[in-house]
Design a protein around this ligand. Structure first.
Ligand code: TIU
Length: 223
């Protein structure tokens, strides 16, 4: 009798079925990771996010070599800003608001250089890219349709930032019935203390909305 493969995780082993488990990479965009974009416009130290790049490269390589589903997301808005709530544009009184011209084009606008996924993690042709106007990847997107069409029931959720778009997406996914695992080193925050607290919240109470592990342990389960 074959044992169900698991990923070593907290609060306990994650029952891992690779063929129905997508790698969901959240918002690894120049606007968040590089100077001159939305993240820096809010006053953040964007260098804090770079540590997540190498783990995501390793996870992407593994998912691709096994022929498993990779889905990327990007936060951003239509050029006419018709999908931008006024409250979001003014929130934080940023130096450069969403839609303003910055050094990487218009801030958080689709089609602009700053909206691109960073070159280190460029999607391959055929990998779905979900453009989302909010923090969660399910709100006002086709993500659930894409996942259902591929029979996906589990998600490995990575990217930035831990306590904002990763957290919101894991919460949304959990409510939709997906088992979610977050590899801690493949996510990052502008605030290390929020990164730690965000991960602790996911796995508390017996895994109230998911599991937490790390890239090495995920890759060990896939080998
Ligand atoms: N500001 C912040 O931490 N994050 C965002 O605005 N979006 C994402 O997390 N992608």
């Amino acid at each position: 009798e074959l044992a169900i493969p698991t990923i070593d995780a907290e609060p306990g082993p994650f029952p891992f079925t690779p063929s129905t488990c997508a790698l969901l990479v959240i918002d690894m965009q120049r606007d968040f990771v590089e100077p001159g974009g939305f993240g820096e416009s809010l006053g953040n130290d964007v260098s804090q996010l770079r540590r997540a790049i190498a783990p995501n490269r390793r996870l992407l390589a593994a998912w691709r070599s096994h022929g498993l589903l990779v889905v990327h997301t990007r936060e951003g808005h239509r050029p006419d800003l018709s999908d931008l709530p006024p409250a979001k544009r003014t929130r934080g009184n940023p130096a450069l608001a969403i839609g303003d011209q910055g050094p990487m084009g218009r801030i958080l606008v689709r089609g602009e250089p700053g909206h691109d996924i960073i070159t280190e993690l460029t999607p391959l042709p055929g990998e779905p890219i979900i453009d989302k106007p909010g923090k969660g990847a399910f709100y006002a997107t086709t993500l659930q349709t894409v996942l259902q069409a591929r029979g996906i029931t589990q998600l490995i959720v990575t990217g930035v930032t831990t306590e904002v778009c990763v957290h919101t997406t894991v919460r949304e996914a959990n409510d939709r019935g997906y088992d979610c695992l977050v590899p801690a080193d493949a996510t990052a925050s502008y605030f290390p203390e929020f990164h730690a607290a965000g991960l602790a919240m996911i796995k508390a109470q017996g895994g109230i909305f998911g599991w937490v592990s790390d890239t090495d342990r995920v890759l060990a389960a896939l080998a």
